[in-house]
Design a protein around this ligand. Structure first.
Ligand code: COA
Length: 329
């Protein structure tokens, strides 16, 4: 028995910020941002929390599936920008949506959050612990980005992707394989210094900007290229897939150059890769479900397609999932 995605939707806040927004106050340029990252614009939520990005996507996802909210028995929220340390954002979402029969939890795996949570949700469904899992990948990155730092301000955006995970009646469809990795020695290159139990928030940590993202972009870039290629090539090999068998690579959208390098190592062409980083930047746990939802809406993602999801993020966390896509819009 396999687990499968039975419905998917996404939400992006309406306010669009072009690269010119940063040109207006930082020492940067549209040309530099486009050339080094592939990002043209991103969305920032002017108010609200991560749960407010999730709720509209979740409402749409549940409505598309046509099931009652009472049938959902678990909520997983992959995020690094929870509404609060506690209670979990899953609890906030449960209350806002009125999912009265659901339990749930948050999962912290940064940009690999969706891939880790998808594998977790599939395990819960395949083992019979759950029937319907509402899986949310969402981040309000604008709440932790240092807008005065040109090395990071231009990279991120806010957004949410939500899907339902249920049992597949056909075991050749749905979630067919996964490779997940965690290497904590990479934490030094991408983290938030303060605000946790290691260094609780104080006037000093705020004054030092330690509640923002700390990122050594060059090192993250290097490890991301190697890590994503390692898992994608391995998952193809052990499923006897050649490059022409892959309908879609759905890479985490962190940098256009990382995406291109991954596709090259897999031997696949630009036409086989979902890319929307130009419009939304890096929305962390939301990038992959937003891609899937958009491509499904456009009619480009079809039942029976071989789909490889690939991610890399803070931790370091990275992984690949092989899906045989199992739904039409
Ligand atoms: N505008 C103009 N110049 C900028 C800039 C910006 N927005 N950001 C950085 N620069 C400058 C740097 O200060 C540096 O200048 P210097 O040589 O005078 O010091 C120069 O550009 C080159 O910096 P470098 O770090 O080598 O650039 P890069 O090509 O590695 O690109 C990133 C920087 C951040 C875009 C890139 O490293 C990256 O995408 N890393 C991965 C980040 C990531 O994925 N994070 C999320 C987790 S998955």
């Amino acid at each position: 028995m396999t687990a499968t995605i039975t419905s998917i939707a996404h939400y992006l806040p309406p306010d669009v910020y072009d690269n010119s927004y940063f040109e207006s106050y930082l020492d940067t340029s549209n040309e530099w941002i486009l050339e080094r990252t592939g990002i043209h614009q991103r969305r920032f939520a002017k108010s609200g929390a991560t749960s407010d990005l999730i709720v509209p996507a979740a409402e749409q996802c549940i409505a598309k599936r046509g099931i009652s909210k009472d049938e959902i028995d678990c909520i997983i929220v992959a995020t690094v920008t929870p509404d609060h340390f506690f209670p979990s954002t899953a609890a906030v979402v449960q209350n806002k949506l009125g999912l009265k029969n659901a339990w749930g939890f948050d999962l912290s795996a940064a940009c690999s959050g969706f891939v880790f949570a998808l594998t977790t949700a599939a395990g819960l469904v395949e083992s019979g612990v759950c029937r319907n899992v509402l899986l949310c990948g969402a981040d309000k990155m604008s709440s932790i980005v240092n807008f005065q730092d040109r090395n990071q301000a231009i990279l991120f955006g806010d957004g949410a992707g939500v899907c339902l995970i249920e049992k597949s009646n056909d075991s050749s469809m749905g979630m067919l394989d996964h490779i997940l990795r965690l290497d904590g020695s990479g934490g030094q290159f991408l983290h938030m210094v303060a605000g946790g139990s290691f260094k609780p928030a104080s006037a000093e940590t705020v004054a030092n900007g330690e509640h923002y993202i700390y990122q050594d972009g060059k090192n993250v870039f290097k490890y991301a290229v190697v890590g994503m290629a390692e898992v994608t090539v391995e998952i193809m090999k052990r499923n006897n897939m050649k490059s022409e068998d892959v309908n879609w690579l759905v890479p985490h959208q962190a940098n256009h150059r990382i995406i291109t390098a991954t596709a090259e190592r897999m031997g696949i062409s630009r036409e086989q890769v979902m890319i929307n980083i130009d419009k939304y930047g890096n929305t962390t746990a939301a990038t992959i479900p937003i891609c899937l939802s958009e491509w499904l809406e456009k009619g480009l993602l079809k039942k029976g397609h071989n789909v490889i999801l690939a991610s890399f993020g803070a931790g370091f966390t990275w992984g690949a999932v092989y899906l045989k896509w199992n739904m039409n819009d």
